[in-house]
Design a protein around this ligand. Structure first.
Ligand code: PBG
Length: 333
C-alpha cells in the first residue's frame, strides 16, 4: 500500500476552506479598511526639513509644510483619523506651550484643519509630557510627585485650546484620575459640546514606548508607573473603562496593542462605545528592526499584527503603518 491510498473518513476537513487565495479571501472573518485606521503624526517647532527618526525608520518629525501634505494624503487614502503630537522648542515646568494658542501643537491642529476641513477626523494628543521640561505627563508638586488635580486644571484648559484650534476629537493620554470628566466639563462650559473625547482608558506603563521618546525628544528620566497602569493588572482596565464612560468618553482606547490583546478583547466585549487600540512605537520598531535583519517578512508581519488587533475587538487602530496599509488596500480592492 502506498501513501496516497490511505484515506480516512473524516466528517470535517477545515482545510477545504483554506484551499485557494479566493477561498481564503471569501472566508476571512476579519479585514481592515482605511476608515478604521488612525495615523499618529509628530510636528516639531522650528524644523526646516522633516526629520527622520532613527528608532522608527520611515516615520518623521514633520514641519508645518510636510504635516499639511501628510494630512492631505491621509484624506486622499480615506483614513479615519489623523492624530497630532506636538514638539515645542521651549519647555517649562508647567508645560505652558500646551496652552498657548500659537504653541506648536495648536498651530499644527489649525493648519491641518484648514487643509482637510471635515474630510478626516482631526485628533490631538492631550497630555503634558511633550511640553514639560521634566517630561512627565503632569505638573509636579513640591516633592516631585505628579500632582493629579493641578494637572487636571491644566488639561481642561489645554483641551479647550485644542478645540479652539479645530480638533474634532481630543485624546487625553496622561492617565490622570478624572481627566475625561474635567475636559468634558471645560468643553461644555465653553459651548464646545461638539468636540468629542477619545479616552486612553487602559494605558499601561510599557517598555514599548521607547522609540516614542525619541520621536518627541523626551527629557523624561524615570518612569510613569505612578499614573500609567501596571502591566500585571486586568481588572483595573475595566474600572478605568467604567470611569471614562461615566465621565463622558465618546470612545475608549487600549494601549499598547499587541501585548494587551487580552485586555482589548475584554474592553471590547464590555464597552458600549467604540474601542480603539494603539499599535505603539516599540511595536512598530520591533517589526522594522526584525525585517531589516531579514528575520521576518515585513509586509506580512505588518498585516498580521494589525489584523490581530482588529480581531481582538478594536473598531479602529492607531498605527504608524496607516498610510501604507491604506495604499495596499486600494491596490488590492
Ligand atoms: C503621551 C503619549 C505617549 C504615547 C502616546 N501618547 C508616551 C507615553 O505615554 O510615554 C506613546 C505612543 C507610542 O509609543 O507610539 N503623550
Amino acid at each position: 500500500m502506498t501513501d496516497h491510498d490511505v484515506s480516512y473518513d473524516l466528517v470535517s476537513r477545515p482545510r477545504r476552506l483554506r484551499s485557494t487565495p479566493a477561498m481564503r479571501r471569501f472566508t476571512a472573518e476579519t479585514r481592515v479598511t482605511p476608515s478604521e485606521l488612525i495615523l499618529p503624526v509628530f510636528v516639531k517647532e522650528g524644523l526646516d526639513e522633516p526629520q527622520p527618526l532613527a528608532s522608527m525608520p520611515g516615520v518623521v518629525q514633520h514641519n508645518m509644510d510636510s504635516l499639511k501634505r501628510a494630512a492631505a494624503e491621509a484624506v486622499e487614502l480615506g483614513l479615519g483619523g489623523f492624530m497630532l503630537f506636538g514638539i515645542p522648542q521651549i519647555r517649562d515646568a508647567e508645560g505652558s506651550a500646551a496652552l498657548d494658542p500659537d504653541g506648536i501643537l495648536n498651530r499644527g491642529i489649525r493648519a491641518v484643519r484648514d487643509e482637510v476641513g471635515d474630510d478626516i477626523v482631526v485628533m490631538s494628543d492631550l497630555c503634558l509630557d511633550e511640553f514639560t521640561d521634566h517630561g512627565h505627563c503632569g505638573v509636579l508638586d513640591d516633592q516631585g510627585r505628579v500632582d493629579n488635580d493641578r494637572t487636571l486644571e491644566i488639561y481642561g484648559r489645554m483641551g479647550l485650546a485644542q478645540a479652539e484650534a479645530g480638533a474634532h476629537m481630543l485624546g487625553p493620554s496622561g492617565m490622570m484620575d478624572g481627566q475625561v470628566g474635567v475636559i468634558r466639563a471645560a468643553l461644555d462650559a465653553a459651548g464646545r459640546e461638539d468636540v468629542s473625547i477619545l479616552a486612553y482608558s487602559a494605558k499601561y506603563s510599557s517598555a514599548f514606548y521607547g522609540p516614542f521618546r525619541e520621536a518627541v525628544d523626551s527629557t523624561l528620566t524615570g518612569d510613569r508607573k505612578t499614573y500609567q497602569m501596571d502591566p500585571a493588572n486586568r481588572r483595573e482596565a475595566l474600572l478605568e473603562l467604567q470611569l471614562d464612560l461615566d465621565e463622558g468618553a465618546d470612545m475608549v482606547m487600549v494601549k499598547p496593542a499587541m501585548s494587551y490583546l487580552d485586555i482589548l478583547r475584554e474592553v471590547a466585549d464590555a464597552s458600549p462605545v467604540p474601542v480603539s487600540a494603539y499599535q505603539i512605537s516599540g511595536e512598530y520598531a520591533m517589526i522594522e528592526a526584525a525585517a531589516a535583519n531579514g528575520w521576518i517578512n515585513r509586509d506580512a508581519a505588518i498585516r498580521e499584527s494589525v489584523l490581530s488587533i482588529k480581531r481582538a475587538g478594536a473598531n479602529s487602530i492607531l498605527t504608524y503603518y496607516a498610510t501604507e496599509l491604506a495604499r495596499w488596500f486600494h491596490e488590492e480592492n
